[in-house]
Design a protein around this ligand. Structure first.
Ligand code: AMP
Ligand code: MG
Length: 364
């Protein structure tokens, strides 16, 4: 299949004509990758089981891993759900459009081919003007998982999408790098107490302020044992992974309530990353190091990449997947990474980094 690539120069000034062909592809059951504020999505008609099947095939994604349906306004939610619980209404009001996915009991209109056989449906209203206009023009809810081959780091630029999806889908819409860089927060409101299934840019602190009581799925915090059936089926798969072995170095005090890291902890972490990296370098391996603007000068050997500054969690989230993909291209065999405090957006950052490491975490 030939994949057409179109460029939207100014995402804040999108013209309808620019998106008509893409909308038409979606309506006739084809696949279009498009930017959102979180990561690039691989879109298909969420009400068309065959389109969902094409998404699973293009990504190589297991078909029990459900898709998120994207809408452009609140009135598009009603046909997809059985009911909107009070907590759902509050979240929609507070955080939509934005990087929050909400799980509702599903209506009969949503095919089980879209929801991995579950009787719930995940819905999000993205804030990105290109995504929003495209969905509204298509006139159908758009199922859109991240536009990467299953298991690879999510795409935050159209070039990343091209690397994975060229020849597999109908079109890629390029409007430059995304803003946030990690996938949406997921909250399940189909149970009596809302539960966070995936951390993201709508943080735990923000959710608590809005809802009060909220639980966290244990799969967010650490590996789940093989006999536990996670609430979000995607959680059981290895995710966000680079090709190299990623080893995360974390201060010992940190797990559990690691909301801050002091200078001494950071220094110890940097030392340990250096020691571990040196050993692999001496063995003759290609080694990548994930550091920050603050620690960059401490390193001298290996392929060294700053992921952002500790002063801005946003910068770290924004660069995370691009750095992992760059190391893939450079055919790095081992990546050693510093870790981050887990308050606010830090929880999402550490969730992605620890999953990418397969929970290969060295505590010091
Ligand atoms: P993505 O890979 O960004 O498309 O995210 C899709 C993820 O959303 C899945 O892997 C699940 O973890 C979660 N998800 C989607 N729909 C549901 C649902 N109905 N119930 C629970 N989790 C869901
Ligand atoms: Mg994904």
């Amino acid at each position: 299949m030939e994949t057409k690539r179109i460029v939207i120069k100014d995402r804040n000034n999108v013209k309808e004509e620019e998106l008509l062909e893409a909308a038409e592809i979606l309506r006739r059951g084809g696949l279009v990758a498009f930017p959102t504020e979180t990561v690039y999505g691989l879109g298909g008609n969420a009400l068309d089981e065959r389109a969902a099947g094409k998404i699973y095939a293009a990504k190589g994604r297991p078909s029990d891993n459900p898709l998120i349906a994207h809408v452009s306004c609140e009135s598009e939610v009603e046909p997809l759900v059985k009911e909107i619980p009070e907590a759902g209404l509050r979240l929609m009001k507070a955080f939509w459009p934005g990087p929050l996915t909400i799980i509702f009991p599903k209506s009969d209109r949503v095919p089980s081919g879209t929801t991995g056989g579950l009787d719930t449906v995940a819905v999000r209203m993205p804030d990105d003007p290109v995504a929003s206009r495209l969905i509204s023009l298509a006139g159908v809810p758009v199922a859109a998982p991240s536009a990467n081959i299953s298991g690879r780091p999510s795409p935050t630029t159209a070039d990343h999408v091209w690397q994975d999806m060229n020849g597999r889908i109908d079109m890629i819409i390029d409007s430059g790098a995304v803003g946030i860089g990690v996938e949406s927060t997921i909250v399940d409101v189909s149970a009596p107490v809302p539960a966070v299934l995936r951390p993201g840019a709508v943080t735990m602190e923000m959710l608590r302020q809005e809802l009060g009581e909220i639980t966290v799925d244990p799969a967010i915090l650490g590996p789940v044992s093989a006999d536990v059936k996670p609430k979000a089926p995607g959680m059981k798969y290895k995710h966000y992974a680079p090709k190299a072995d990623l080893i995360l170095v974390e201060p010992k005090e940190s797990p559990g309530s690691p909301s801050v890291m002091d200078k001494a902890q950071v220094e110890r972490m940097v030392d340990k990353v250096q020691i571990l990296a040196k050993k692999r370098l001496e063995e003759g391996h290609r080694v990548g190091i994930i550091c920050t603007d603050e620690s960059r000068h401490s390193y001298s050997e290996g392929l060294i990449r700053s992921i952002g500054t500790r002063e801005s969690q946003e910068s770290v989230a924004h660069n995370l997947y691009a750095v992992l993909r760059e190391f893939d291209e450079l055919q790095v065999e081992y990546i050693f990474s510093e870790s981050f405090a887990e308050d606010h957006l830090g929880q999402a950052i550490m969730n992605r980094l620890s999953k990418a490491s397969g929970y290969n975490i060295v505590r010091i």
